[in-house]
Ligand binder design. Structure first.
Ligand code: UD2
Length: 311
């Protein structure tokens, strides 16, 4: 019998890919999204859509009822916005997570919570392991850490089963190309296809662990199946570091673009290096990233081409 799932933020970049995967395997899917950054264009027709905010406890509780699990992605996923407006961003990111956990524990649903590598802060130790102290340096990182801690407390108090996934730099189709908060891959792919210069902030030697959205979906589906998940926390990354300059060159090659690379001043607040240790995730939830960067870039560029020049 097909199971039912709630995907909060299911009209967004990552959430909508999870919805696709659940529908493809025959599950029933409810989506809660306030469309503040997501879009109905991302949603396939088979999902039951409800427009609303994840801080509306009554609504979240109603939608969670009868579900086997909740994939909780609804959030204001922006470090700079959390710095500018910590109060309202906290309401969505912390209170929203609390609403989901409270609804889930009352209805007996499992939870897979989208956390972030932002919880690690800027300590220089690499790669990042889940055993390291979490020392976030932005309200956003604090909010994601709060969600992880609430998940743990709800496990201890109520036996709630769940997993928190710490995403590294996620990329792929449907990341909003026009948002000022887009990731570097989305920005550079768009520029390459428009023949505009690729902007590298600083000298381009900073590194990131770029993980393709299909792998992030696989991590979510695997996390939902962990037996007796006791508030497990797991990295979602590839374990590979890529410099921003290598990335820009790879995008030029993959797209065939003749754009030039322009160097600008370093971005304020940037961390230099970020890379996951993926080994615990493999042991704890059976997830390993499989899509090579080159393939992810090719698929992302293809998506941009299909969007056409207005993208
Ligand atoms: C990522 C997450 C963020 C938070 C943070 C925690 C994304 C989009 N953001 O921020 O939510 O979890 O990690 O550490 O995944 N860059 C350029 N040119 C551009 C844009 C960016 O050179 O046009 C550089 C930028 O200076 C940085 C790198 O690319 O060194 C990655 O930037 P980003 O904004 O994609 O992601 P990041 O790691 O700052």
């Amino acid at each position: 019998m097909p199971a039912a799932y709630l995907v909060t933020g299911g009209a967004g970049f990552i959430g909508s890919h999870i919805v696709d995967a659940l529908l493809a395997r025959g599950d029933r899917v409810r989506v809660l999204d306030d469309l503040s950054s997501g879009s109905l264009e991302n949603l396939p027709s088979g999902a039951d859509f409800e427009q609303g905010c994840v801080t509306d406890y009554g609504l979240v509780a109603r939608l969670t009822e009868g579900c086997r699990g909740v994939f909780h992605l609804a959030a204001i996923a922006s470090v700079p916005r959390s710095v500018e407006d910590p109060l309202s961003v906290d309401r969505v990111n912390t209170q929203g997570t609390l609403c989901v956990l409270e609804a889930a524990r009352r209805s007996g649903a499992r939870v897979v919570f989208s956390s972030s590598a932002a919880v690690y802060g800027d300590s220089p130790e690499l790669p990042k392991t889940e055993a390291m102290p979490a020392e976030p340096i932005s309200p956003y990182g604090v909010q994601k850490l709060a969600g992880e801690r609430y998940l743990y407390a709800f496990h201890r108090l109520h036996g709630l089963e769940g997993v928190a996934l710490r995403y590294f730099n996620v990329f792929g189709p449907r990341q909003n190309p026009r948002s000022m908060y887009s990731g570097v891959i989305t920005i550079l792919c768009r520029r390459a296809l428009r023949g505009e210069p690729l902007t590298v902030f600083g000298d381009g030697t900073q590194t990131r662990d770029f993980v393709y959205v299909r792998d992030v979906v696989a991590a979510n589906l695997a996390a939902m199946e962990v037996p007796e998940a006791q508030a497990v926390i797991a990295n979602v990354g590839t374990g590979q570091a890529t410099t921003v300059l290598e990335l820009a060159v790879a995008i030029l090659k993959e797209s065939g673009s003749r754009s030039e690379i322009q160097f600008g001043p370093p971005r304020a607040g940037d961390i230099l290096h970020s890379r996951s240790d993926p080994s615990f995730a493999e042991r704890a939830i059976g997830f390993r990233a499989r899509v090579p960067l080159k393939q992810g870039l090719a698929e992302t560029l293809e998506w941009f081409r299909q969007l056409g020049p207005e993208a």
